[in-house]
Design a protein around this ligand. Structure first.
Ligand code: ZN
Ligand code: ZN
Length: 248
């Protein structure tokens, strides 16, 4: 803002100062056209073009190879990419019995499930065959490290330092806090896998076709499209595009 600096003699010049403010204010914004995309079938609006395209048309873009494929259920990657997810490595993991602990991770849809209802909703339209294709991993906690003040200040402390005043008490307080508040995050267990069908059956899941006979009304209700919503991030559909190949 050097152009607005003046000599002391000019400081009292009110009209000039005001003109300067006005000029700055006038240049501080410009008009922008916000573009959004609407689903051609249901009209729901999204900021993200791909979301609008995928909304109702039954075609999805693979989150790995970006190729198009006919969508089935939750699948975020195409069949070719699922095959390339290295089935042998997956099957090489220890098949374990689910201990009822959450979260679970589905490697095909790159998604964590932190509660049972979320998982059941995720598979509500699927056939047993679809469910059998899920790659469900138990998760393990990202264990927090033990806190040490001297380690935290490592780069700043002098090389000849002896001890920090009160360090033991600080370490104890922080570590107790960590212990009381963990877990903070999880990762899919790299060594173990689950039988998705067995997990879902233990949660009382029934295939969509069987559920249709008894819960026709509920099925109809849930298939109604959500009201228009401009916020792509607030879309109620789970985000299928994030994440990497946690299968490996
Ligand atoms: Zn739609
Ligand atoms: Zn693909």
């Amino acid at each position: 803002m050097s152009h607005s600096l003046r000599s002391n003699a000019d400081v009292g010049s009110q009209p000039q100062a005001e003109a300067c403010l006005q000029a700055r204010f006038a240049q501080a914004a410009r008009p922008t056209l916000i573009s959004a995309w609407s689903c051609a079938a249901c009209g729901k609006t999204y900021f993200v073009e791909i979301r609008a395209r995928e909304c109702c048309c039954g075609v999805r873009q693979c989150s790995r190879c970006k190729g198009l494929f006919a969508a089935s259920g939750f699948q975020a990657v195409c069949d070719g990419c699922v095959a390339r997810l290295d089935p042998e490595r997956w099957l090489g993991k220890d098949l374990c019995e689910w201990d009822g602990q959450l979260p679970l991770f589905n490697n095909v849809s790159d998604r964590f499930f932190f509660d049972e209802d979320d998982l059941l909703e995720h598979v509500s339209d699927l056939s047993p065959e679809d469910v059998a294709e899920m790659r469900l991993s138990p998760c393990v906690e990202n264990k927090p490290r033990e806190f040490l003040m001297s380690e935290f200040l490592e780069d700043e402390l002098p090389t000849d330092f002896d001890s920090l005043p009160g360090e033991e008490a600080i370490n104890r307080t922080v570590n107790e806090w960590i212990e009381a508040h963990r877990p903070f995050s999880f990762v899919p267990d790299p060594r173990r896998r689950l039988d998705a069908l067995a997990v879902l059956k233990s949660l009382g899941w029934t295939p969509a076709s069987a559920a249709n006979e008894t819960e026709t009304e509920i099925e109809t209700e849930t298939s109604v499209a959500s009201p228009p919503d401009l916020n792509g991030a607030a879309d109620s559909r789970p985000d299928r595009r994030e994440g990497d190949d946690s299968d490996g």
